[in-house]
Design a protein around this ligand. Structure first.
Ligand SMILES: Nc1ncnc2c1ncn2[C@@H]1O[C@H](COP(=O)(O)OP(=O)(O)OP(=O)(O)O)[C@@H](O)[C@H]1O
Ligand SMILES: [Mg+2]
Length: 244
């Protein structure tokens, strides 16, 4: 796919001939610097925008279901402040299911995320990490086939972040859903990705598979060559040498 945006009299190529295959049930991390095209890729996959060239081929279980088959978790939780945590999770289901089913599903999602005790709390009464888990719960409530996450833990402290990374990995294991997780954090990518795709200026600079079980201790020596390879793809071999 190629995606061009007008910028004054010029055009910017946010994505430039990018080609990517996401196997069902895979966990792919898209890693890249600011402006490399990560959010653009997610927006195209979510159907929020159309590619300038190229196309997205969807399996039947997604194309027949439409938009609700693709869930999106944003960088900020974007909860509705006038609704409780439970109501925020239930909101997307309203009109789609009957009241009893909505209540059941909301309860099981809150339980899965360890948030039952906060069901009746309002967004300004919970922490940032909890709010982000609620936002994830809201997305999962629709039982999407694919979960797109755009730097969901970017605003969190490193301890909360580590914990939520482990939760996401466990959730992926348990549900078998397809995840595409965007980050600009190398450690986060190494901790989570079964596949890491490094984007640079809208192109794939590197593509590597990591066949190591999660949760991962990314400080271990076996991560050293992977970290170096990913960093080289992001900043380029020469500039990496200059950084030393
Ligand atoms: N709506 C838009 N109009 C014009 N240009 C855009 C638009 N959206 C994105 N771009 C441009 O496309 C390029 C890629 O942007 P994108 O938001 O995909 O990057 P990103 O990798 O998500 O960056 P960040 O890590 O900062 O979120 C940038 O040069 C950006 O300025
Ligand atoms: Mg972005």
């Amino acid at each position: 796919m190629t995606k061009k945006y007008p910028l004054g009299k010029e055009t910017v190529s946010a994505l430039d001939g990018l080609s990517l295959f996401l196997p069902k049930g895979s966990f792919t991390v898209v890693l890249g610097r600011s402006g490399s095209g990560k959010t653009t890729l997610l927006r195209l996959l979510a159907g929020l925008e159309k590619p300038t060239e190229g196309r997205i081929l969807l399996p039947e279980e997604i194309s027949t279901r439409g938009r609700s088959a693709v869930g999106f978790v944003f960088q900020e939780p974007r909860l509705m402040p006038w609704l409780t945590a439970g109501e925020n999770v239930a909101f997307a289901l309203e009109g789609r299911l009957d009241k009893a089913t909505i209540a059941d599903r909301t309860a099981s999602i809150l339980a899965m995320l360890g948030l039952e005790a906060f069901r009746d709390a309002y967004p300004d009464q919970i922490s940032g990490g909890m709010a982000q888990r609620i936002a994830l719960g809201r997305t999962l409530a629709l039982d999407p086939e694919v979960v797109l996450m755009d730097e969901p833990f970017g605003a969190l402290d490193s301890f909360t972040r580590r914990r939520l990374q482990d939760e996401i990995a466990a959730l992926h294991q348990r549900t078998g859903k397809t995840f595409l997780f965007v980050t600009h954090d190398v450690e986060e990518a190494l901790a989570l990705g079964e596949t890491i795709v490094v984007l640079d200026a809208g192109r794939i600079a590197d593509h590597l598979d990591i066949a190591l079980p999660r949760p991962r201790e990314t400080g271990c020596p076996e991560f050293l060559p992977l970290r170096r390879r990913v960093l080289e793809a992001i900043v380029g071999k020469t500039s990496l040498a200059e950084h030393r």
